[in-house]
Design a protein. Sequence first.
Length: 563
Amino acid sequence: MNKLKYSLIAIVFGVAVISFSFKEDLFLVSKNLDIFASLYKEININYVDDTNAPQLMKTGIDAMLDSLDPYTEYVPESEIEDYKLKYVSTQYGGIGASTVFIDGKLFVNDVSEGYPANKSDVKPGDQLVSINGIALKGKDRVEVSQLLRGPKGTAVDLLVIREGKEITKKLIREEIKQPNVSYSGMVGDGIGYIKLDKFLENSGQEVKDALVAIQKENPKGVVLDLRNNGGGILQEAVKIVNLFIGKDQLVVTQKGKNVEKTITYKTFAAPIAPTLPLVVLVNGNSASASEIVAGSLQDLDRGIVIGQRSYGKGLVQQTFNLPYNSLVKVTVAKYYTPSGRCIQKLDYAHKNADGSAERFADSTMVMYQTKAGRNVYSGNGVYPDVVVSGEKLSPITISMLTKNLFFSYANQYKKEKPSLTSAKTFQLSDADYNTFSGALADKDLSYLSRTERLLADLRVEAEKENKSGEVKSDLENLRNKLTSSKKTDLATHKAEIKRVLETQIVSRYFYEKGRIEQSFQYDKELAAAKNLFTNQPQMLAILKGDGNYKVIGKPTKATASLD
């Protein structure tokens, strides 16, 4: 009887505390809303200069959300369509062309095969002068995008300049569908390959369709490429995992402060490829839903992850409608893979004074175990089972990309050579590379190398310590040597620059599909996957956690273990 009495007292006390806390929260919210509304009104009425009321409000909202994390954001009515295209739907009405500004002029940068721009012979390198009679001089990218997009079936009149001549193009907008799966098929050696770029609407079905087609070829295995995939809809990630995992298996759990946001997601159907050997490719730009797929398949010992450590975004967002057709996207929960780990890398709850967030310390990371008993760790992305070092572009290549120095040459190459035999085997000849590099003689190739940046930092430190006079001569000699060595960078980084240039050239002939196929010949991660499929004992050893494969990505400092 006493136990029941004390239990009732505890329940009543708990309800009272929750009720008090809820009322306290409501009071604080109401109080601060009154303060904010009054301040906003007084500023708009009394400030000495004219104010832009909507912009003032958006600035205040953005500043408030900036104190949280980069994924919580306000979307006004004017940006709703762009938001949907980025986070929800892959379809819009347009002409199927992208643009780029070069020296203040707007050029067609790329066209998509089979869409209005391609059908009407709009070409990369065409300078856009006007759209539907509206001059583009002074317009920004957003304004240009709004002019090009519109309802399916409506007309778009383009005035372009090509080789000094004005040309008029009349196009009819179509529904432009940007697929989630940008490429799928066999890539040699009996290996299937699916490149998934995003997790927007229908991505699960697209992967399923690609997988069904590949299975008709009786593959040795399949590669799911999630590199540079920033994620998207969580439920689509669950559908994709379900293609390889049996029914009623835990895929991911999201947990939030609000108990209604704590949801468990399990597979819900029979898989279509339960035993097909599987490799998942990730890199530092694989995030969110990509990490759910890679982390879940790793935790369930179903697929082998190859590449570099993933981005480390373990947060879930949900959108809420606001008045006047606006909305807010709010981080409502963290997600946890089947082993129980959260792979969130940055600690947004404890920001620095400048607003930056630090990585969780290695010592705070907790060890978990996969279904087969392999050790995995929280707090730092998904660590691959097989690490392949990532490629980083050199400063000269980045500078050339930024300044669009590959653009004109690729267009000229297509003009002089109307056709290519194959995208898969295309490589730029040494003679063509020499022509390209020779054409750069009058171009601005200025950039700071990594060593030059370090040298500049060293000079600043020397000045702080009043030692600049003592080392001035040495620093100047080193700077001269670096300047001299930069003159040979076009030769030093020839292989890298050629690969980037080849990508631009091949897209002029074979579009996005050709660009992907041409890259396979240099793809180290894909090569590692192919080698693994030919070594079944090693694949089994990785998935079972034999020997060195028992531990996946152990932090450098001691970590806690979950018993």
